[in-house]
Ligand binder design. Structure first.
Ligand code: FAD
Length: 194
C-alpha cells in the first residue's frame, strides 16, 4: 500500500510520467523498435519459460503476481531493449487491476528511468528467478503444458537439456516450444543479474 501511495503521489506531481521518463538522460537511450519481438513477448513465445508463463497467465486471466510482472517487464526493456511504454501499454490493456499510477511508476522503476532505486544495470535473470521462486516448475508447467514433462532441472532452461531428455519429454525446440529469443548471458558488461 505504501508503494501504491507513493505511485499516486508521483503521478500527481509528475502528470507526464505515463509517457515520459523522469530521468531525462533516458530520452537518448537507443531503444529498438521490433514488432516481431514485441508480439512474441506479448504472446508468451520468448523461449524463456518464466517470462512466457507470466505473459500467458496475463493474457488468459488478466493478472500476474508482482514477481512475474517485474521479471517480464525487465525482459522486455533490458533484454529486448523495447521501449517501456510498449510494455506499459500492453499491461494497461490486459491487466484487470490496470492502474495508471502503479503501472507507469512500476514500468519506470523496472527500466531504471524513474525516481527510485532500480538502477539500469539491474537485470532480472529469468532462469535464476524461476529456479528461486518456482523451483519445482509448477507455475511454468501450468501455463506451458508443452514443457510439463521436462525434469525440474531443465524446466526453466530447456535449451540446456540434452537431446535425449528433450525427446523423452516430447519437446522439440523451435517446433513445440521456441528457442530463446535472445541470449540472456550476453547482457552488456557492467550489468548485474538478479
Ligand atoms: C511492471 C509492473 C506493472 C504493474 N502494474 C500495475 C497496475 O497496473 N496496477 C496495480 O495495481 N499494480 C501494478 N503493479 C504493482 C503490483 O504488481 C500490484 O499492485 C500487486 O501485484 C498487487 O498484488 P495484490 O493485489 O496481491 O496486493 P498486495 O500485495 O496484497 O498489496 C495491497 C495493495 O498494495 C498495492 N501494491 C502492492 N504492491 C505494489 C507495488 N509493487 N506497486 C504499487 N502498488 C502496490 C496495490 O494497490 C495492492 O492492491 C505493477 C508492477 C510492475 C512490476
Amino acid at each position: 500500500m505504501a508503494w501504491r501511495e507513493f505511485s499516486y503521489y508521483l503521478l500527481y506531481y509528475f502528470p507526464e510520467l505515463p509517457h515520459k521518463v523522469l530521468r531525462k538522460q533516458f530520452n537518448h537511450f537507443p531503444w529498438i523498435q521490433d514488432k516481431t519481438a514485441l508480439y512474441k513477448w506479448q504472446k508468451g513465445l520468448t523461449g524463456y519459460p518464466l517470462v512466457d508463463a507470466g505473459m500467458r497467465q496475463l493474457w488468459h486471466t488478466g493478472w500476474m503476481h508482482n514477481r512475474v510482472r517485474m521479471v517480464t517487464a525487465s525482459f522486455l526493456v533490458k533484454n529486448l531493449l523495447i521501449p517501456w511504454q510498449e510494455g506499459a501499454t500492453w499491461f494497461w490493456n490486459t491487466l484487470v487491476d490496470a492502474d495508471l499510477a502503479n503501472n507507469s511508476v512500476s514500468w519506470q522503476w523496472v527500466t531504471g528511468c524513474g525516481v527510485d532505486a532500480a538502477p539500469y544495470f539491474r537485470i532480472f535473470n529469468p532462469v535464476m528467478q524461476g529456479k528461486k521462486f518456482d523451483s519445482q516448475g509448477k507455475y511454468v508447467r501450468h501455463w506451458i503444458p508443452e514443457l510439463s514433462l521436462l525434469p525440474d532441472q531443465y524446466i526453466h532452461n530447456p535449451w540446456e537439456a540434452p537431446a535425449g531428455v528433450l525427446e523423452s519429454a516430447g519437446v522439440r525446440l523451435g517446433d513445440t516450444y521456441p528457442f530463446p529469443l535472445v541470449d540472456h548471458t550476453s547482457s552488456p558488461s557492467g550489468t548485474r543479474n538478479f
